[in-house]
Ligand binder design. Structure first.
Ligand SMILES: O=P(O)(O)OC[C@H]1O[C@H](O[C@H]2O[C@H](CO)[C@@H](O)[C@H](O)[C@H]2O)[C@H](O)[C@@H](O)[C@@H]1O
Length: 740
């Protein structure tokens, strides 16, 4: 998806990288020779003076435009999540952007999968990353919670702060001794003693830190200290009449803030800086968030600082190291670039608006940064094999408590509260396509439009084949987008009209796989959702034997569940509430009647029995109950692999705070141990065909399914088939779209 092709797209494009013309510096003044070689510390610096420029310079060279776009506008909060509405334009743009730069929280499992057996090193920017952006730079304080999150991270991973502020100021604000600090955009680094590094870098000297510990002090622009000091004083003097202007001295760079300056005075601010640069050609300008920064022309930045620290820590050029850099500002792009170009680790951009970046992932704000850092610590503590996604929510809610036992999958895709309950896994189906088509603007609309513009499908003569080709393309394009948005697997619904045709199902899955392969979606991120008819279960068995993951749905009876497990289906989906509803209005199903007689809910009872069967007999399938109707249903299933829960239930769990005692009273109902101890009755044993050497045939399955399963399966299939037909009908009406 080309995010930049749409002119009306609200993607914020940072101004062009700082170059000669943006600096307004004549070409004969750049590049300036590297500082280290030409200056020696403490010597008087001869500063060439030039005539100050005119106000017009800063207008014509784009400074003012860059100043205006240097910090994102505050987000308007207009949506009401209680209604089933599409996200507003801002959200649509943000979520579209997230397809390119997925949330590091949603992608946590991917990140930690990649981090397995690797040493993680953490690099953190300060302003806008660990502290919120505020009007007064001195009030940009880090919360105590954030401080303890950073302290915890540093316990498990080497951690450094890399900031534009002076190193001393950064230490004063963060106040943690267990970190490394790089101030002035990396031009002032304290790192561990490393002889090889100090030999390689002439500006690296032995020193002691605040605690008297021996450290390496690296200051590649040391000679500029007097110059920066002078510039700082000039800037203070020249801007003293400008209300709101704040000048900071960061030792190796000076900053002038215009966040609180009336916009009509911005040209004057720009002019002051422009004059400085004209007078001091060995200095250059960089733009930060509503701040102009004057720094030495040295080949050093936050990216180089990352490389230097990795080297100092003995972690550079190693395949078993994963550096993660989190930052929000343009100066952080240098670090993102180093990681991206060196294919070394992950940059994570902190932004609440779409922005061009070299980062791989995104986080919205410092609150999400804190969540991410805490998740890393939890993951590390739990051990690499732990189910990391279970710790996504805050520690004190019922939702958090239940998430410790089962992975809770929000029953939502696009139309609900994506932000509060980010989906962990998703299904792409005809019903989703209908939703996308019925709304004017969703993040997946482009995926469907691209499918309808597919020339391969358009070339097909047969109208039916053409529409089915468009539908396949649309499912896969939307599925491909979802893969980028959710950490877990994306399940693609196989046309329910093929439910009684094993070869038809297999053919369809193969063609969908081929399309996914064309858009580089790896098979391990995919599931194929197949109805649990006998033919569907057979298809699942054959596909699983090829290594293709299947998800058998519409399971309403123990016979289907056992057959699905025996087929080796990756996921088995049981609809708890639908079975209960059937039992309320009907009778005559032996399995259901037996559960009711035991005083059990028939839906919950089927899940429990299936879970025990899978674990007792060593099947690989994961169980995923759906159609849970309330919190109690969820509590009764704790321990099952996944639970698909409606947003209302999640909301209620998230709003209920548990005390420490209550938290421990959430009891795991299903476990491999309880499954091992479960004794299947003779009837159940026969019903599961566990003792029969033969596999299920069509007749045996049909006769083992009670009337509830037969009716519910048929109703489910009718619904899905109808939706597939409606998608094709809609496609036939809107094709060819105007641009084809
Ligand atoms: O590299 P960083 O740690 O992100 O530091 C970059 C600049 O951050 C500070 O300014 C920014 O945050 C201020 C407080 O929220 C805000 O008022 C200002 O508008 C932002 O630009 C710091 O004051 C600068 O000196 C740093 O260069």
């Amino acid at each position: 998806m080309d995010m930049k092709s749409n002119n009306s797209s609200p993607v914020l494009t940072d101004p062009a990288p700082i170059n000669k013309s943006r600096l307004g510096i004549h070409s004969n003044l750049l590049p300036y020779p590297q500082s280290g070689a030409s200056f020696s510390s403490g010597k008087h610096i001869n500063i060439p003076r030039k005539k100050p420029g005119k106000l017009d310079d800063v207008r014509s060279n784009g400074w003012l435009d860059a100043m205006k776009s240097s910090s994102p506008p505050r987000k308007k909060l207009i949506k009401d999540f209680n209604f089933d509405v599409a996200a507003d334009d801002t959200d649509v743009a943000y979520f579209s952007w997230m397809l390119k730069y997925p949330s590091a929280l949603n992608s946590f499992e991917q990140i930690t999968n990649f981090a397995k057996n690797k040493k993680i090193a953490i690099f953190l920017d300060y302003d806008g990353t660990l502290s919120p952006i505020v009007d007064d730079p001195d009030q940009a304080l880090m919360s105590d919670d954030m401080r303890s999150a950073v302290r915890n991270v540093a316990k498990y991973f080497p951690t450094a702060i890399i900031t534009g502020r002076s190193r001393d100021k950064a230490y004063e604000l963060v106040g943690l001794t267990e970190l490394y600090y790089a101030g002035s955009h990396g031009m002032d680094i304290i790192g561990p003693i490393n002889k090889a590094v100090s030999n390689d870098h002439p500006n690296c000297i032995k020193s002691t830190d605040q605690q008297g510990k021996e450290v390496n002090l690296f200051q590649p622009a040391r000679e500029f200290i007097p110059m920066i000091d002078e510039v700082f004083r000039t800037l203070v003097e020249n801007t003293k009449e400008i209300k709101g202007a704040i000048v900071e001295n960061h030792k190796f760079c000076a900053s002038i803030h215009y966040r609180n300056v009336d916009e009509k005075n911005w040209p004057t601010i720009a002019q002051c800086v422009h004059d400085i640069l004209t007078q001091y050609p060995r200095l250059r300008l960089t733009h930060g968030r509503k701040v102009l920064e004057v720094r030495p022309v040295v080949d050093w930045n936050k990216g180089k600082a990352v490389e230097f620290l990795l080297e100092s820590l003995g972690l550079s050029n190693r395949d078993d190291v994963l550096p993660i850099y989190i930052g929000d500002d343009r100066s952080d792009e240098d670090a993102f670039k180093v990681l991206r170009e060196g294919n070394q680790g992950y940059g994570i951009l902190v932004s609440s608006v779409p922005k061009e970046t070299n980062a791989y992932y995104s986080l919205r704000d410092p609150a999400e940064v804190m969540k991410f850092l805490s998740s890393l610590v939890r993951w590390k503590k739990l051990g690499e094999g732990a189910r990391s996604m279970n710790n996504r929510w805050s520690a004190s809610t019922e939702l958090d408590a239940v998430s410790r036992f089962s992975e809770i999958v929000p029953d939502t895709v696009i139309f609900d509260d994506f932000e509060k309950f980010p989906p962990t896994a998703a299904t792409v189906s005809s019903s989703l396509l209908l939703g996308i088509l019925s709304l004017p603007d969703t993040i997946f609309r482009n995926a469907v439009d691209m499918a309808l513009a597919d020339s391969g499908c358009a070339a097909l003569e047969n109208a039916e084949l053409k529409l089915s080709c468009f539908a396949n393309k649309a499912l896969v394009n939307v599925g491909g987008d979802l893969v980028k948005l959710v950490p877990g697997r994306v399940s693609t619904e196989v046309d329910a009209r093929l439910a009684y045709d094993t070869h038809g199902i297999i053919g369809k899955v193969h063609s969908l796989m081929k399309l996914y392969n064309e858009i580089n979606v790896p098979p391990e991120r995919l599931l194929f959702k197949i109805p649990s008819t006998w033919q569907g279960i057979e298809a699942s068995r054959l596909l699983e034997s090829e290594g293709i993951q299947t998800h058998l749905t519409f399971v309403y009876s123990f016979a289907q569940a056992a057959a699905a497990a025996q087929a080796g289906a990756s996921v088995i989906q049981i609809f708890v509430g639908r079975i209960r509803d059937w039992a309320r209005n009907h009778s005559g199903d032996l399995e259901i009647d037996a559960a009711l007689k035991r005083g059990e809910d028939p839906g919950l009872s089927l899940v429990t029995k299936t879970y025990n069967y899978i674990h007792k007999y060593g099947h690989k399938s994961k169980l995923m109950p759906a159609a849970v109707r309330n919190k109690q249903d969820l509590f009764s299933l704790l321990g099952v692999d996944y639970i698909i829960a409606p947003l209302k239930v999640l909301q209620s769990l998230n709003e209920s705070v548990t005390t420490a005692d209550e938290k421990y009273s959430f009891v795991q109902k299903l476990s491999p141990q309880s499954a091992a101890a479960y004794n299947f009755s003779e009837e159940e044993f026969v019903l599961s065909r566990a003792n029969l050497g033969s596999k299920w045939d069509q007749l045996s399955l049909a006769s083992a399914m009670g009337p509830a399963a037969v009716e519910l399966l048929a109703a489910g299939l009718d619904g899905y088939a109808d939706q597939s037909r409606r998608v094709e009908e809609l496609f036939s009406k809107i094709w060819p779209p105007p641009n084809v």
